[in-house]
Design a protein around this ligand. Structure first.
Ligand SMILES: CC(C)(COP(=O)(O)OP(=O)(O)OC[C@H]1O[C@@H](n2cnc3c(N)ncnc32)[C@H](O)[C@@H]1OP(=O)(O)O)[C@@H](O)C(=O)NCCC(=O)NCCS
Length: 207
């Protein structure tokens, strides 16, 4: 496969729409996608604007071929998102009735977790979370995914994060082997609110 010229960089404001469309295409059933295009647009832009997160894009010959959304410092990102939550809820409002059952399942799971010992084992040190990563099908296998992950790890390190986490589907077609090749280690299994089994990976970022 010819590689073409690949550029990795931070997402620009005018690219949020294209990345949001790609995100809905790649992850149609994840939480943000369930609440429609406007919410996905706001969600993607949150990573771009937050001082505790990054939104990265890969361009091949000038065309968007991949993106990564990640939290480089969970504490800073939470502080950024907290006062903006009301705006996100307003945008999600029209799709809440059709997602009522899903919302109930998420709330029930959150309540159960508050009292679970698992919630206290997410250390040590400041954390980073690789939230979403995808490359377009015609750009896979060229190293773009791996380069985006390394870019994210460096940004998280610069922000002082010590440990990184990510979740991926526990399915043969999932990206488990891809992350294992990048030295992320299986930490545990988990379940989404709608019952999908996830593999939680962890990596020590600090040297
Ligand atoms: C996972 C994904 C981002 C990898 O992107 P990519 O640009 O193809 O990654 P790279 O070219 O850097 O691949 C690096 C290596 O991982 C391997 N790999 C990539 N995806 C893989 C998968 N799903 N299963 C097994 N191996 C995989 C590649 O074959 C390559 O191996 P090699 O170096 O030995 O040849 C891409 O396959 C994708 O977008 N998948 C759909 C969305 C997804 O699963 N995202 C991750 C969920 S968080």
């Amino acid at each position: 496969m010819t590689m073409g010229r690949v550029e990795l960089r931070s997402m620009r404001a005018h690219e949020v729409g294209d990345v949001a469309r790609l995100h809905r295409l790649m992850f149609p059933s994840n939480v943000a996608s369930r609440f429609g295009p406007r919410l996905v647009h706001r969600y993607v832009d949150t990573f771009r604007s937050s001082p505790g997160a990054v939104a990265l894009v890969a361009e091949r010959d000038g065309a968007l071929s991949g993106y990564l959304l990640g939290v480089t410092r969970t504490d800073r990102h939470r502080a950024f998102v907290r006062p903006r939550r009301g705006g996100l809820i307003l945008v999600a409002l029209p799709r809440m009735p059709r997602n009522a059952w899903f919302i109930l399942k998420v709330l029930r799971r959150r309540l159960a977790r508050r009292s679970s010992p698992q919630a206290q084992t997410d250390g040590p040190g400041p954390l980073a979370v690789l939230s979403h990563l995808a490359t377009r099908e015609d750009a896979r296998g060229c190293g773009i995914g791996g380069d985006l992950v390394m870019f994210f790890e460096l940004e998280a390190l610069k922000q002082g994060a010590v440990t990184g986490y990510l979740a991926t589907d526990d399915q043969p077609a999932g990206a488990a082997r891809f992350y294992e090749g990048l030295e992320w280690h299986l930490d545990r299994h988990d379940r989404t609110a709608d019952g999908r089994v996830l593999r939680i990976y962890r990596k020590t970022l600090a040297p």
